[in-house]
Design a protein around this ligand. Structure first.
Ligand SMILES: [Zn+2]
Length: 326
């Protein structure tokens, strides 16, 4: 069962989260198997992204989708992990060409330092025409050096956007996607990824809190194999047995991380409308149906001439709602 554990260090300005995606992660890979699956290195990257997206969603008070996206300039053109506030999630990647089993991050997505990582917060109640918040970070460090770990990229991002020290340990294989997050608590109020409410005092604290620094070093000692094979209780005990942890009831089962796709025929119809009647009719002139597949879950949506006519008829009756495909 997939699970998200939240905890705080009693009396210290430090909190943590541990996510273990088992069935939720295997559901994502299963949907892809028919299309040939992902190369091993891409499985690892996408699993780490999915675990990180759950941790980031779990870390903020926000009603909507958190979308973690890497747009690459290598064979991995795009990798996306999307987590809703109820922790339902989906993920996919677009791979063009070969990826070696042990390909480092830069070989997959940052060959010419043009790769980008974007974090989007798309609120459920967003009005049409309003852009969701998006933060973008490069995949290289302060001196232009290519970053080879997704955790480093995201730590950098969270430090910039929240002004809070954050430690991330991520790991994934074809059975499990898991992650540990340790974060210094803001001196007052809630931190958020959109960067508002950041206080000067929090900025001054960066790197200086000894409790956080000690706990971060313990967290960083967690090995990939341990994160992938040990249960949550064992991991937390092994790392923090000398600390006093206060643990909350985990999110698991129906309230835990689980695979669910948000695609629908209605959204695909909206996309066809934005393509325009001429475009759709020209496709129908060449073949019997317009076919749109969902990259996340593999669902196929088919429209024949009658269906397509209905899509555009509906448009005349009511204004278009969403431009999003999936
Ligand atoms: Zn879908």
């Amino acid at each position: 069962m997939s699970e998200l554990h939240k905890f705080i260090f009693d009396g210290l300005p430090v909190r943590g989260m541990l996510v273990r995606l088992t069935d939720a992660w295997r559901d994502i890979l299963e949907r892809r198997r028919e299309a040939g699956g992902f190369p091993a290195a891409v499985t690892e990257l996408l699993g780490e992204m999915t675990a990180a997206a759950v941790l980031m969603q779990g870390n903020i008070k926000f009603n909507g989708a958190l979308i973690l996206q890497v747009q690459g300039d290598g064979p991995v053109k795009l990798a996306v992990a999307e987590v809703q506030s109820d922790l339902s999630l989906r993920a996919t990647a677009t791979v063009v060409g070969e990826v070696a089993a042990d390909a480092p991050l830069s070989h997959m997505v940052n060959v010419n330092n043009q790769g980008r990582c974007a974090i989007t917060l798309d609120p459920t109640d967003r009005l049409p025409g309003v852009q969701p918040y998006q933060g973008v970070v490069p995949l290289y460090g302060d001196r232009g050096e290519k970053l080879e770990r997704l955790s480093e990229v995201l730590e950098h991002y969270m430090l910039q956007s929240e002004q809070l020290d954050t430690t991330l340990v991520l790991a994934a294989d074809e059975h499990m996607a898991a992650g540990l997050l340790i974060q210094r608590l803001p001196l007052q109020g809630e931190a958020n990824l959109a960067g508002s409410g950041v206080s000067r005092a929090d900025e001054d604290q960066i790197g200086r809190n000894e409790d956080y620094n000690r706990i971060a070093i313990l967290a960083k000692s967690l090995k990939r194999e341990e994160l992938l094979s040990l249960d949550a209780d064992t991991i937390l005990h092994r790392l923090f047995w000398e600390e006093k942890l206060l643990r909350f009831a985990p999110n698991e089962g129906a309230s835990g991380p689980r695979f669910a796709c948000t695609c629908s025929r209605e959204r695909v119809s909206g996309m066809l409308r934005s393509l325009g009647r001429d475009e759709v009719e020209s496709i129908l002139a060449e073949r019997e149906q317009v076919e749109v597949g969902c990259d996340f879950c593999g669902a196929q949506y088919r429209y024949d001439a009658v269906d397509a006519a209905r899509v555009f008829l509906a448009q005349e009756a009511s204004p278009p709602t969403s431009q999003r495909v999936q």
